[in-house]
Design a protein. Structure first.
Length: 281
């Protein structure tokens, strides 16, 4: 190999190395821009979303933010579903799920994240957990105890649901849709050429939390999910120490499982495990 060719190879390798360092630095400093996808524009009204019986409420976070959420009290004796939605879209995009909960007589508290759909602040793991705690404080202010709370964690929201379940005396049950083992695991698969496990700040390490939980869990995960691989949902179900049920529809994709029969599966799960007849106030 000639000296000129060797020099060219070395310069090429150096250039690739510098490009890798630049991209890695970009990912580190702008990682939250990559991790979170707040929708532009304001949140529609419940009426515009097709949920006229739901009312906007304000959640006050421990770090001083006022966040808009949507709430409807449960029928007497029924649980309230606290929906922690996923990374994309806003509460209006979850109207189909909320409609199912409402028609089943369940209460709903739809939590909108900081930085999403007109809410103040910027999303982060600590911030989203603070948002979730504000939601639970609101429910307590309404006289609702944890034994009538059901956490519904959708994708990113599953990381919040699991962590809050470990902090609280409740909820009575957890349902997840498109849940990950950890945000780091998702990032490592998406960016295999970069040291995501070293660089990532907001980790949402759900798998590490599961041994501390014992309430019933329903894992919903589409077999065609290209955002969070379905093997992560299966892994969560395998590790969970409490009662666990699963639904993995063959045509389901990421968080579209109410289009593939998840509603009746969830309703049957709740009837098996959640007290439906005691007063919740």
């Amino acid at each position: 190999m000639s000296a000129v060719l060797v020099k060219g190879v070395l310069w090429g390798a150096l250039g690739l190395g510098l490009l890798w360092l630049v991209l890695a630095a970009f990912m580190y400093f702008f990682q939250r821009k990559l991790q979170y996808s707040p929708p532009p524009g304001p949140l529609p009204s419940p009426e515009e979303a097709g949920l006229p019986e739901v009312s906007p409420v304000t959640l006050r976070t421990e770090d001083g933010l006022d966040l808009v959420a949507w709430y409807r009290a449960a029928s007497a004796g029924a649980p309230t579903v606290i929906l922690f939605h996923g990374n994309a879209g806003h509460l209006g995009d979850r109207a189909t799920k909320a409609r199912f909960f409402l028609d089943a007589g369940l209460g709903v508290l739809l939590v909108e994240w900081r930085g999403f759909a007109g809410n103040p602040g910027n999303p982060s793991e600590a911030g989203l957990l603070a948002d979730g705690r504000a939601a639970l404080s609101f429910l307590r202010s309404q006289g609702l105890s944890p034994d009538h709370w059901v956490f519904y964690g959708e994708s990113l929201g599953s990381g919040v649901a699991f962590q809050l379940a470990a902090e609280e005396p409740g909820p009575v049950a957890i349902v997840t849709e498109g849940a990950f083992t950890s945000a780091v695991d998702v990032g490592s698969r998406r960016y295999p050429l970069f040291p995501v496990r070293l660089l990532m700040r907001d980790r949402f390490s759900s798998l590490d939390i599961l041994p501390s939980l014992s309430m019933p869990l329903l894992v919903l995960h589409g077999q065609q999910d290209k955002v969070v691989p379905p093997d992560m949902g299966k892994r969560l179900a395998e590790v969970f120490p409490g009662p666990v049920e699963t639904f993995f529809p063959s045509e389901g994709r990421h968080v579209d499982l109410f289009d593939h029969g998840a509603g009746p599966i969830m309703e049957a799960f709740l009837k098996r495990y959640v007290p439906m007849g005691r007063p919740n106030r």
